[in-house]
Design a protein around this ligand. Structure first.
Ligand SMILES: NC(=O)c1ccc[n+]([C@@H]2O[C@H](COP(=O)([O-])OP(=O)(O)OC[C@H]3O[C@@H](n4cnc5c(N)ncnc54)[C@H](O)[C@@H]3O)[C@@H](O)[C@H]2O)c1
Length: 395
C-alpha cells in the first residue's frame, strides 16, 4: 500500500491535526479533502485555521515527505486504513443531516476494498455506525468499520490528542485490534467499548459540558435580574471549595459541536432530553438577554454598539455557530449601528478594534480573547459577561 492512513476530511479542524500527528510518527499519511483551497494552503505549510503549535509540525512533516494530498477519493484504495472525519451538523429541525454521511459512504464504496479498516472519527447519531456497517454489507463489501470518536478541544488538538484516552469500538474483533494499533501510536490509554456505547459516550460528554455552561448562564441571569454581580457570588461559591471547582464561568456557549451534539442526543431520544433542550434555550437565549437588559437602560435606537470577539470562543478564528453573530443580528434591528471586530476572524464586514472602541457608545465583549484583558475603556458602558476586565459581570 502506498499510504498507511488516508484521512477523509483531512483538512478539517480535527482531521488535519490527526494527519500531521500520524505523519510525525513516521506513517505515510494521505489527506483527502474536497476543499482544494485548504489543500493548497496546507501544502504551502499554512494551517487554514488557528491551531496551537501545528504549523511547525506541519512544515516538518511536509519536509520529511510523509504527508500527501488529494482532492479525489481514489487515494482511499491505496491506503491501509481510511479515517473519516467530516462535519455532522443538524438541520433546521435540529435533527442530524444523515444525507451527508450517506452521500460520503456512497461515494467511498467503489474505492474501499474487502478487508480494509474504516475508522469513523466524526461525532455521529447513535446507531449510525451500525447503519454504515449495514450499508457496506448491502453493497457486498467486507469492511471492518470502527467508531473511535475525537474528543479534543478545538485549537488544542496537538497538545490533547496524545494526552487523552482514546475510545475504541468496532463490529469485528479485527477492527478493534487494528483501530487499537492505530490509536496506540498516540496513547497507550485505550478504552474499548461497543460502538453504540462509544457513540453515546461522545454525545453524553458534549451534552454534559453544554449543560454545565447553561447552568452558569442561568445563575448569571438570576443574579443580574436581582441587580447583583454574579462574580461576587461565583467567588463565594468556588473559593477554596473543591466541590464547585469545575463550575464554569458564564458566557456565550456555542460553536460547531456542543449545541448540535446536544440536539443529536435529543433527537435520538425522541425529543425527550428535556435538560438538553432547556440548556439550548438558556445558552441560545443569552444574546437576547443581553440586548433586553441594555434596552431597559438605554434607548438603543440612538446608540452605536460595538461587539468585540466574533469567534465562538477565545483565541479562535472559528465563527461556526458563534453567538456573537446572533447578538449582531439582534442588535442590527434594535440599535442605531453595530460595529464588530475580532483579531483572529477573517470577515470583510468587520471593523478594526480601534474604530469599534472609539465610535461605539456601548461595548460588548462577546469572546474572551486574552488581549481584551489589557483594554482600558473609559466613560462607556461595557458588557463583560466573562469578567475578562475584572470589573464584574453586571449588565
Ligand atoms: N471541531 C472540533 O473541535 C471537534 C472536536 C471533536 C469532534 N469533532 C467532530 O469531528 C467532525 C468534524 O468536525 P470539524 O470541526 O473537523 O469539521 P470541518 O468542517 O472543520 O472539517 C471537515 C472537513 O471535511 C471536508 N469534507 C467534507 N465533505 C467531504 C467529502 N465528501 N470528502 C472529503 N472531504 C470532505 C471539508 O472540506 C472539511 O475540510 C464532526 O463530526 C465534529 O462534530 C469536532
Amino acid at each position: 500500500m502506498k499510504y498507511d492512513v488516508c484521512i477523509i476530511g483531512g483538512c478539517g479542524h480535527v482531521g488535519l491535526p490527526l494527519a500531521i500527528l500520524l505523519a510525525s510518527k513516521g506513517k505515510e499519511v494521505c489527506v483527502y479533502d474536497t476543499n482544494e483551497e485548504a489543500i493548497e494552503l496546507t501544502k504551502a505549510g499554512i494551517i487554514p485555521f488557528t491551531e496551537e503549535g501545528a504549523e511547525p509540525l506541519l512544515k516538518q512533516v511536509l519536509k520529511s515527505n510523509k504527508l500527501h494530498f488529494s482532492a479525489t477519493p481514489d487515494v482511499v484504495t491505496e491506503s491501509e486504513i481510511a479515517v473519516l472525519i467530516i462535519g455532522t451538523p443538524v438541520d433546521e429541525h435540529l435533527n442530524p443531516k444523515f444525507r451527508i454521511m450517506k452521500n460520503v459512504i456512497d461515494e467511498l464504496v467503489p474505492y474501499l476494498y474487502d478487508g480494509q479498516l474504516l475508522v469513523l472519527r466524526s461525532t455521529v447519531y447513535p446507531g449510525l455506525s451500525k447503519r454504515i456497517n449495514d450499508w457496506f454489507v448491502e453493497a457486498g463489501k467486507n469492511i471492518h468499520v470502527a467508531f473511535c470518536p475525537e474528543r479534543i478541544l478545538e485549537g488544542k488538538a496537538l497538545e490533547e490528542m496524545e494526552n487523552l484516552p482514546q475510545i475504541i469500538s468496532s463490529f469485528t474483533e479485527e477492527g478493534v485490534q487494528r483501530a487499537s494499533a492505530l490509536f496506540s501510536l498516540l496513547t497507550k490509554d485505550l478504552v474499548v467499548v461497543e460502538p453504540m456505547e462509544a457513540e453515546l459516550a461522545k454525545l453524553f460528554t458534549n451534552s454534559w459540558r453544554y449543560l454545565k455552561f447553561a447552568i452558569a448562564n442561568q445563575f448569571y441571569m438570576i443574579a443580574n435580574d436581582f441587580d447583583l454581580d454574579f462574580y461576587n457570588i461565583y467567588h463565594a461559591m468556588t473559593h477554596n471549595y473543591n466541590r464547585t471547582k469545575d463550575f464554569p464561568r458564564p458566557g456565550f456557549a456555542a460553536g460547531p459541536c456542543l449545541f448540535k451534539d446536544t440536539m443529536q442526543l435529543s433527537a435520538f431520544h425522541n425529543n425527550n432530553f428535556f435538560l438538553g433542550h432547556t440548556a439550548m434555550l438558556i445558552n441560545e437565549g443569552l444574546p437576547n438577554y443581553v440586548v433586553s437588559q441594555l434596552g431597559k437602560q438605554y434607548t438603543l435606537s440612538e446608540k452605536k454598539i460595538g461587539i468585540l470577539g466574533m469567534a465562538f470562543k477565545a483565541e479562535s478564528d472559528d465563527i461556526r455557530e458563534s453567538l456573537s453573530y446572533k447578538l449582531k443580528k439582534i442588535l442590527e434591528i434594535e440599535a442605531k449601528q453595530v460595529l464588530c471586530a475580532d483579531p483572529y476572524v477573517k470577515d470583510a464586514t468587520l471593523a478594526d478594534e480601534k474604530t469599534v472602541l472609539q465610535e461605539s457608545d456601548i461595548i460588548i465583549i462577546a469572546a474572551p480573547h486574552k488581549r481584551y484583558k489589557e483594554l482600558k475603556i473609559k466613560d462607556k458602558k461595557v458588557v463583560d459577561i466573562w469578567n475578562i476586565l475584572n470589573n464584574g459581570g453586571k449588565i
